[in-house]
Write a protein that binds this ligand. Structure first.
Ligand SMILES: N[C@H](CCC[C@H](N)C(=O)O)C(=O)O
Length: 269
């Protein structure tokens, strides 16, 4: 069975988008998702995105990491599918309901309200998620935020100097995080700008992470280190994040379509 796909990215965080809103697709599973995402033997992407009809929103977005695992949120992909949709949309995800508006060359997304309770992150045991008494070498005293998916955030003097390729997987897979975690290392440049690098759960180092930018900005705001609107500078480019206590998070930034193609489903099933 020949399946069409759309290759997209948000600041270099790239996706294979399968649009099953009009016509059904065979059932996806971890193995098929991993095969499609493989950069040597598949199409290749950080995340595989499946769009489906929804009873409660304009459509449903399902997210599979490079390792095949299905997760609840993907900020960069949300902007990409909002641009693809072409008009304002409510989007049902496993991480919550989102509202997206396409905007010249990208989109602005209401990412929902962040959660801070230790068991909402989740962590393996009770802890103050604003200032966690844990550390790994130069990465100490993080915060944790759930923005539809779990994030741990470390502030450092120079995020580019951190061996994130080595410490990222160690932290991602630490038993403190029962469903693993996305690892954010950030440098506060001033009250309106944060530099960020992310080791993504299930995908590794990516050029950008939208939910990571949201979680890091919110954590910096909770610690009173930045104002309520900031630019988060990722290796792939900048995102604008706005939030205030008790509100939902607003993320705005670019998205792009790279190319369209099709593949033989049976090659992966
Ligand atoms: N790796 C993430 C999902 C993708 C998030 C990222 N690509 C974004 O733009 O938010 C997780 O396992 O929760």
């Amino acid at each position: 069975m020949r399946i069409p796909f759309i290759k997209m990215h948000g600041l270099g965080n790239d996706f294979v988008v399968l649009d099953a809103r009009e016509n059904d697709l065979p059932d996806l599973n971890e193995s098929i998702a991993r095969g499609i995402a493989d950069r040597h033997t598949g199409i290749g992407c950080d995340q595989l995105i499946l769009l489906q009809p929804s009873d409660s929103a304009d459509f449903r977005m399902r997210i599979y990491n490079h390792d095949g695992g299905e997760v609840g949120a993907c900020g960069n992909a949300t902007r990409a599918v909002a641009m693809l949709h072409g008009s304002n949309a409510t989007i049902e995800t496993d991480g919550g309901m989102l509202a997206a508006s396409p905007r010249d060359g990208g989109a602005s997304v209401d990412m929902g309200a962040p959660r801070f309770d230790w068991d909402a992150i989740p962590l393996a045991y009770p802890m103050d998620t604003l200032s966690m008494p844990v550390g790994w070498e130069m990465l100490q005293n993080p915060g944790a935020v759930n923005v539809g998916n779990p994030h741990v955030i470390f502030f450092v003097d120079d995020c580019d100097a951190v061996p994130l390729d080595r410490l990222g997987p160690e932290i991602e897979n630490d038993p403190l995080f029962p469903v693993r975690v996305n690892v954010n290392v950030a440098t506060i440049e001033d009250r309106s700008r944060i530099r960020l690098r992310v080791w993504e759960r299930g995908a590794g180092l990516t050029k950008a992470c939208g939910t990571g930018a949201c979680a890091t900005a919110v954590h910096a705001m909770r610690r009173r280190l930045v104002d309520s609107e900031v630019t988060v500078a990722l290796p792939g480019g900048d995102l604008q994040i706005a939030w205030s206590e008790g509100e939902t998070i607003r993320m705005t930034g670019p998205a792009s379509e790279s190319f369209r193609g099709s593949f033989e489903w049976d090659d992966y099933a």
